[in-house]
Design a protein around this ligand. Sequence first.
Ligand SMILES: [Zn+2]
Length: 187
Amino acid sequence: MCSVGLETVDHIVAGCSALAQTDYTDRHNQVASIIHWDVCRHFGVPVESRWYRHHPDRLVETDDITMMWDTTIPTARKIKANRPDICLRNRKTNTCLLIDISCPADGNIGKKHAEKLAKYSDLRVEISRMWHCRTLVVPVVLGALGTVHTGIARWLDIIPGHHNLQHLQKTVLLGSTRILRKVMSSF
Ligand SMILES: [Zn+2]
């Protein structure tokens, strides 16, 4: 597709620049929107009864929380990585979670996890200063072929709501299957 990488399964499901903006983004957004849907339900925000009909609003607000979806966080200091997938501020617990989802090649899950923590560390510091709250970066990294880090459950537990790891993995796998099928059938 990109005429650059070797046509391995890993390349097709997670490394091809020709698929990144479209197919990988769709798969990523689907996983992210499931997490968003579960957080909404946890806080009693009215949502569709089925997760696959859920289209996250840019801004969700209740008495306790403000949740931003794929939105640039305005900061006084200029910060490069300022647009996490989900920014969840909880005024009741005085915390803020910067949740970022990624579906890399399975061999890269550890690296990607560390990358996400580093990427949003400036934003984390800035938000804790601006909003005077405990702020945490929460990477949710699911390998394109289903591999997850042993600590993934602990990270999911930090996010309010019930987050079913198997469901998230299945969603990634179905996305990857769709991508493989599309590439195979295009030749
Ligand atoms: Zn390629």
